[in-house]
Ligand binder design. Structure first.
Ligand code: TMP
Length: 219
């Protein structure tokens, strides 16, 4: 526990396909950090501040082919730029831990693997937006695509925010493989978490991965 309370505030992101249980895991992870005495800001993309939320509405509602890959990339990146400016950088400076539901890896995966945007364009755009504020740690929640989609399509919480969930299954398989590829390429930052199991079981895996990361950093 001392490893946690002595650590500098970390910027932690959760990534993964539809229905892998990100929101639930983020909620219990936040509770765990707060119970440990840390000051935590929980946020999500696209969103986190007014300008980014306005962009979110345009991005997650409407027809699946409403935007082409380039427009989507630029809009998500604009939302991220606002989020970094308004929330992430100032809060990190204030000593708060940041837990963010999706970040730049989602653009690489959804607009790259999913929409076919070239890697060098995505790399260029994400570098000018993110600059030196890459997450310290990224949890990639992973489960078979069909299980995640089954869960995502079964929930009714916001019937308008389903633009991506209605796209065909092969898109979502590419998304899953895309996240696994990023995790393999960035082993220092990314930890793949098996998202099958109970909330407590998955939370335990997330916590173990965090402590392993802190131990590696302290060594
Ligand atoms: P959510 O369902 O996790 O709230 O995310 C909203 C949708 O936006 C989700 O289907 C993934 C998609 N998305 C992208 O396509 N690119 C991005 O950069 C981000 C952050 C999300």
């Amino acid at each position: 526990m001392e490893l946690l309370t002595k650590s500098r505030p970390l910027f932690i992101t959760f990534e993964g396909g539809e229905g892998v249980g990100k929101s639930t895991q983020i909620r219990v992870f936040r509770e765990f950090l707060e119970k440990s005495g840390l000051q935590v800001v929980m946020t999500r993309e696209p969103g986190g501040c007014d300008n980014a939320l306005a962009l979110r509405k345009m991005l997650v509602e409407g027809d699946a082919d409403r935007w082409d890959g380039l427009s989507e990339t630029l809009l998500y990146s604009a939302a991220r730029n606002e989020h970094l400016r308004e929330v992430i950088r100032p809060e990190l400076k204030n000593g708060r831990w940041i837990i963010c539901d999706r970040f730049a890896d989602s653009t690489h995966v959804y607009q790259g693997e999913g929409r076919g945007m070239p890697y060098d364009v995505l790399e260029y755009v994400s570098n000018i937006v993110v600059k030196d504020t890459w997450p310290d740690l990224t949890f990639v929640l992973d489960m078979p695509t069909e299980d995640g989609l089954y869960r995502a399509r079964g929930r009714q919480e916001n019937m308008f925010e389903n633009r991506f969930e209605t796209i065909e299954d092969s898109f979502h398989e590419r998304v899953r493989q895309g996240f696994l590829k990023i995790a393999k390429k960035n082993p220092q930052r990314c930890r793949v978490i098996d998202a099958n199991g109970t909330i407590e079981e998955v939370h335990e895996r997330v916590k173990n991965a965090l402590f392993q990361y802190l131990q590696e950093k302290a060594a």
